[in-house]
Design a protein. Structure first.
Length: 213
């Protein structure tokens, strides 16, 4: 569908795989599709999800990025105050600035948000996207409201779009000048999800240059 619509780029907020070391059969399928996107000039920007993540810090996403098949936008460094400073990846075609935070199991990624230097991200001008793979309180449906989560206020402000993964329930809420979303799983992960939603989910987002939205 993305190819048919000739989108400018694709965002994938994890999980790309169900494990940090996927099987060769799965890897062949994914690599073939990523190569197809690369050949027609549609970049795909990703962050590692909680299943993609490896305690060693190395994942198959690193291998695919090294091969030029995707771009991991979770990049940054720790400053002298021991704060995490994320860097932006700029899409060459649209000028959109993209960054994001990887996910970890058991909400262990909350430590990253606790130490995130938000000011530099919020000051950055231009059209900005923040990608996340974590459980956000305001994006949880009522039947999942009991699970551990973090408030959306942990995210940096002044972004136009917040692209989320992790929770397999489509939701979206306004935040600051933009909107934060879960698309749901791209494909139902089990029979219960198939019975509940009937299909997977994704969003096609259009930018209105006349309004800047």
């Amino acid at each position: 569908d993305c190819i048919a619509r000739k989108v400018d780029f694709i965002l994938f907020a994890g999980d790309l795989f169900n494990t940090s070391l996927p099987s060769l059969d799965v890897l062949k399928i994914v690599t073939e599709k990523l190569k197809q996107l690369k050949d027609i000039g549609i970049p795909i920007y990703v962050i590692a999800g909680s299943h993609d993540f490896s305690p060693s810090g190395q994942t198959m996403i690193d291998v695919l990025e090294k091969a030029g098949l995707l771009i991991n936008v979770c990049k940054g460094s720790v400053n002298e105050n021991k704060e995490l400073e994320l860097r932006f990846t700029v899409d060459s075609k649209t000028g959109v600035k993209i960054t994001g935070m990887l996910g970890r199991k058991g909400q262990l990624d909350q430590t990253y948000y606790d130490n995130l230097h938000r000011e530099s991200l919020e000051r950055e001008e231009g059209h900005k996207i923040f990608m996340f793979h974590t459980t956000v309180s305001e994006l949880l449906p009522q039947d999942l409201s009991f699970i551990e989560s973090l408030p959306i206020s942990f995210f940096p402000k002044n972004f136009d779009y917040y692209a989320g993964g992790h929770i397999h329930h489509p939701m979206k809420v306004a935040y600051g000048r933009g909107v934060a979303t879960y698309t749901g799983a791209l494909f139902p992960g089990n029979f219960a999800e198939f019975e509940k939603f009937g299909k997977g989910g994704y969003y096609v987002v259009e930018r209105n240059d006349s309004t800047g939205s």
